[in-house]
Write a protein that binds this ligand. Structure first.
Ligand code: DQA
Length: 148
């Protein structure tokens, strides 16, 4: 089983950007956490990050036929990108949306999520632990038990 974990703009700045919202862990810490969790689950994982919308579309398309599920935090593109939603709908892979911060308690412009329309589940406000949680959900789903 192979999962793809995609992070969007500014998530490479974790540990530096707005620690009150995103904590002190760096992007490298996040990748180490995801890779360690993949080992525990016995799955392969590909971690990708870009600040560019089209790259995120390309990453999602590249998962088609190569990966079994996607964890994605599209960053600010969550709230604007129909192209990323369309890519997710195109590949039709099980997908979990993750946000490190509690987006529902933040600005009005963060209350819209396009990617949510293609997500089997959304995890918000669990910090970087949301990523291993999303991986657990995908693996459970792919193995046949579908947690809601
Ligand atoms: C975020 C929330 C978004 O609103 C923001 O633009 C981000 C990060 C999160 O992980 O909480 O870049 O997706």
């Amino acid at each position: 089983m192979k999962l793809m974990v995609i992070n969007g703009p500014n998530l490479n700045m974790l540990g530096i950007r707005e620690p009150a919202h995103y904590g002190r862990e760096t992007y490298q810490d996040l990748i180490a956490k995801i890779e360690a969790h993949a080992k525990i689950l016995g799955v392969e994982v590909t971690c990708l990050q870009s600040n560019h919308e089209g790259d995120l579309v390309d990453f999602i398309q590249s998962a088609y036929g190569t990966h079994d599920g996607i964890v994605i935090n599209p960053g600010a593109y969550t709230h604007t990108s129909i192209a990323i939603l369309d890519a997710a709908k195109s590949v039709s892979l099980p997908l979990v949306e993750v946000h490190i911060s509690k987006v529902e308690e933040r600005e009005d412009f963060r209350q819209v999520s396009y990617i949510r329309l293609a997500a089997m589940k959304t995890i918000t406000g669990h910090g970087t632990d949301g990523y291993p949680e999303a991986m657990d959900l995908l693996v459970a789903h792919l193995k046949g038990g579908v947690p809601s």
